[in-house]
Write a protein of this length. Structure first.
Length: 374
């Protein structure tokens, strides 16, 4: 793939292009004067004129002698972007609460199928992480991309300025202010389905556990749990929602070691000192379930004879040394990215189509050996 050459005016040119394509600059209205653009971007008059000339060649701007430079109405852009080479690049953007290290680990695990599919379509997948400092990745500044798949909690201003102009789709962390399609990977459904499954097995006192309480995905899981508890007419005890926020650094979740279970004893001990302790616990994921089992064993409780456990996984159900095979719901993250790419293709093939949709993938269940009928 040919590399794009960057000049002093490239930032201004790319910024204006994004604003025009996204509709942030009104049609048939003049843009800023050359003097204002020179001051705004810190470049000379010739550089400003070169950038405007490039956008005029693309059919986005039109210079009117003695009047100014105007944004060409969308329907009149007969040669829009005809002189730009197709980059054939899809960008995946990760945002907090994930850390950059977590982002790197997850992409190695969950993106093989997507990369294979993109290669079949002659696309390249680029990946970047945006931290809480909001620093814009270099590839996004350069703008040589065809579409964006993003995941995480995206600041509204960042979305408007750097994502909106491109075809894009979001994975989870749904923000109704964003005008795009979404993939909901099934966390709400997993929480809801886990309660209903345990209810069918005779359980009535059901707890929920997460140590990522303030994250969007944990909140969605908790909403599903509460919804099903109410639907089944089950008692809802505040102490049965065993929720707290694990350690963060600079607002981003710390990386986890999957070889060292964390100590959940201080959170579980008060729950099982109640006069009516739960008979089952739904864990936010299987790794949380490993630490839960270890703490319950220290309390002298056996799985599943004394307490049942339902987990949750984001791919195939993993196994952990010394841990039981968990009953769990798979929320199908691999398929979420594939489905996101399918929606992105629809948008890239028909840029004028504005029919946004939300696709929810239903989780599937693995029975395991950690639930007892009572």
């Amino acid at each position: 793939m040919a590399r794009k050459t960057y000049h002093v005016y490239t930032w201004m040119e790319d910024e204006l292009r994004r604003q025009i394509v996204s509709g942030l600059l009104p049609e048939s209205r003049p843009i800023w004067s050359e003097s204002v653009l020179m001051a705004k971007y810190g470049i000379g008059r010739n550089a400003v004129r070169t950038a405007i000339g490039n956008l005029e060649m693309e059919g986005l701007l039109k210079r009117v002698h003695g009047s100014g430079t105007y944004v060409v109405p969308r329907l009149q852009r007969k040669h829009q972007c005809s002189n730009r080479k197709k980059s054939r690049t899809i960008l995946y953007l990760s945002f907090p609460p994930f850390s950059e290290k977590t982002f790197q680990i997850n992409t190695e695990i969950y993106f093989q199928d997507l990369i294979f599919l993109l290669h079949q379509g002659k696309y390249e997948l680029q990946m970047a992480h945006v931290g809480l400092d909001g620093q814009v990745p270099e590839i996004l500044q350069k703008g040589n991309i065809d579409g964006i798949i993003f995941e995480g909690e995206v600041p509204t201003e960042f979305y408007k300025q750097y994502i909106y102009a491109y075809p894009h789709v979001g994975i989870d962390f749904i923000n109704p202010e964003f005008h795009c399609s979404w993939i909901e990977s099934g966390k709400f459904s997993a929480g809801e389905s886990a309660v209903k499954y345990l209810y069918q097995r005779g359980h009535r006192r059901i707890a929920f556990l997460t140590d990522e309480y303030h994250t969007w995905s944990a909140v969605e899981f908790l909403k599903g749990y509460r919804s099903a508890m109410m639907e089944q007419g089950l008692p809802m005890c505040r102490e049965w929602e065993i929720c707290w926020m694990r350690q963060t650094t600079g607002g981003e979740l710390n990386n986890e070691s999957f070889f060292l279970p964390r100590n959940f004893l201080e959170y579980l001990k008060p729950v099982f000192a109640l006069s009516d302790p739960p008979t089952a616990i739904i864990c936010y994921d299987n790794w949380r379930a490993v630490s839960t089992v270890e703490a319950l064993n220290k309390l002298g409780l056996r799985i599943p004879d004394d307490i049942s456990i339902v987990g949750n996984c984001i791919d195939e159900s993993p196994s952990y040394p010394g841990a039981p095979r968990f009953a769990c719901f798979n929320i199908r993250m691999r398929e979420s990215y594939l489905e996101g790419y399918r929606l992105l293709q629809e948008k890239m093939n028909n840029p004028q189509f504005s029919g946004e949709k939300t696709v929810c993938l239903n989780p599937f269940f693995t029975s395991g050996e950690t639930v007892r009928t009572i």
